[in-house]
Design a protein around this ligand. Structure first.
Ligand SMILES: O=C(O)C1=C[C@@H](OP(=O)(O)O)[C@@H](O)[C@H](O)C1
Ligand SMILES: C=C(OP(=O)(O)O)C(=O)O
Length: 432
């Protein structure tokens, strides 16, 4: 459970400098999971030490995986192989992390032992039926509270058969859960999704030596796979970089260089959205790191304009809509976000949360059933807002505060350690 803190952010005249954002959260989770399930030693460099990834790490340690922590962001993991995990002797705590709970459901459903997972007050409200239902179709003995819809979850692992599943949502957590169950058993498991969600599991499983096929409408694995220990370099998190991209665009006379950011096309929707809005963002020094594309991002202040966002762009920027709504508040004209109902089942209802918080300091923002409509150009005032305990709401409001006319006090900011432990320090460093 994060600490309760309150922070006050004063407006700035410009932001400048070079920033290295912490490691990608999705890739960090997967590096811990796959290194633990691999045979032999793995080295993970650039790991995000956010609370969500620490929840994943503690879960594998509770199943007998030995981990040596080297410095701030490096781990040496002694993998136990797919059939080497031990039955945990206590409840596994996923904290605030949906990724941990949903991906672990797939892993644990195929393990020949009993396990129980829970999480914090926010995670226990989030929908787990989306992984429980298809895993049960595969034969999993998995139960959850509220008619098998919510955590805590109990899993009596083993006895699975492969599946072909058409997911109604474009969710990498659902897709990954089924691939991680399917890869442990004999046969082929295929997951189809409406639009392609992030493909980090597919890429990293291939990097660890498995054969996983990724295609436009989903992914496929034939098990059982054998994973071999590897060296993984985790790129910077584009979802964390997004706050500084928007800060660099909306604050006048600004220029920021964000080094070493993951730009996987299934994650880079935020760059497309901000460029379509007229934002100046250049991708420099493009390269590949452990199977993932990476670049340095140069962002300069720009006059933004409102646009319409929906369809395949939505899963490619799913965690960035709180900060997109901030960019939209400083754009000329109207920005409409549609097809984004998923925002209602994140750590908070992010549509309601942004309408409340941004609206409180003067933005013209209205909720839609599946998104929001923001009319830009209204000047923002100082005031007091609440993050609702959601890291991305807290950081989005800190970015908005940089361009408000007075100080903005944000209540409940400790939650930022979920995904971005040094956010406030980096925000302080770019003020000028
Ligand atoms: O697989 C992942 O690492 C994630 C997938 C997304 O969730 P959904 O799969 O629910 O869309 C995203 O919102 C989350 O922050 C991380
Ligand atoms: C939704 C998020 O993560 P998770 O689903 O892993 O809790 C997020 O980081 O914005």
């Amino acid at each position: 459970m994060h600490k309760y803190e309150t922070r006050t952010i004063a407006p700035v005249t410009s932001v400048k400098g070079e920033i290295v954002v912490p490691g990608d959260k999705s890739i960090s989770h997967r590096s811990i999971m796959f290194a633990s399930l691999a045979k032999g030693e793995s080295r993970v460099v650039g790991l995000l030490r956010g609370e969500d990834c620490m929840s994943t790490l503690k879960i594998f340690q509770a199943m007998g995986v030995e981990v040596e922590e080297r410095g701030e962001d490096e781990l040496i993991i002694q993998g136990r192989g797919i059939d080497g995990l031990l039955e945990p002797d206590d409840v596994l705590d996923c904290g605030n992390s949906g990724t941990t709970m949903r991906l672990m459901s797939g892993i644990l459903a195929a393990q020949p032992f009993y396990s129980v997972m829970t999480g914090d007050q926010y995670l226990r409200k989030r929908p787990m039926g989306r992984v429980i239902d298809p895993l049960r179709e595969m034969g999993a003995k998995i139960l959850g509270r509220d008619g098998n819809k919510k955590a805590p979850l109990t899993i009596d692992g083993g006895g699975l058969k492969p599946a072909e599943y058409h997911s109604p949502v474009s969710s990498a957590q659902v897709k990954s859960a089924l691939l991680l169950a399917g890869m442990q058993i004999e046969g082929t498991t295929t997951v189809y999704e409406p639009h392609l969600s992030r493909d980090h599991s597919e890429r990293m499983l291939c990097y660890f030596g498995a054969e996983v096929e990724s295609f436009d409408g989903g992914a496929r694995v034939t098990g059982p796979v054998v994973l071999e220990g590897r060296e993984v370099f985790v790129p910077g998190d584009i979802s964390s970089a997004a706050f500084f991209l928007v800060a660099g665009l909306i604050v006048p006379d600004s220029e920021l260089l964000l080094k070493n950011v993951g730009v996987n096309p299934t994650r880079s929707g935020i760059i497309d959205i901000l460029q379509q809005m007229g934002g100046s963002i250049e991708l420099l020094n493009q390269r590949e790191l452990s199977g993932e594309p990476v670049a340095d991002l140069l962002v300069k202040s720009s006059q933004l304009k409102g646009i319409e966002i929906g369809g395949e762009l939505v899963p490619r920027a799913i965690d960035e809509f709180p900060v997109v709504s901030v960019a939209a508040a400083f754009a000329e004209g109207v920005t409409t976000i549609r097809d984004a109902k998923e925002l209602r089942v994140k750590e908070t209802d992010r549509i309601a949360a942004m309408c409340d918080t941004l609206g409180k300091i003067g933005a013209q923002i209205e909720p839609l059933e599946d998104g929001m409509r923001v009319t830009g150009g209204k000047s923002l005032s100082g005031g007091t807002v609440n993050s609702f305990g959601d890291h991305r709401i807290a950081m989005s409001m800190a970015v908005a505060a940089l361009r408000a006319s007075g100080e903005v006090t944000i209540e409940d900011t400790g939650c930022t350690s979920t995904s971005f432990p040094n956010f406030w320090e980096l925000l302080e460093n770019i003020r000028s």
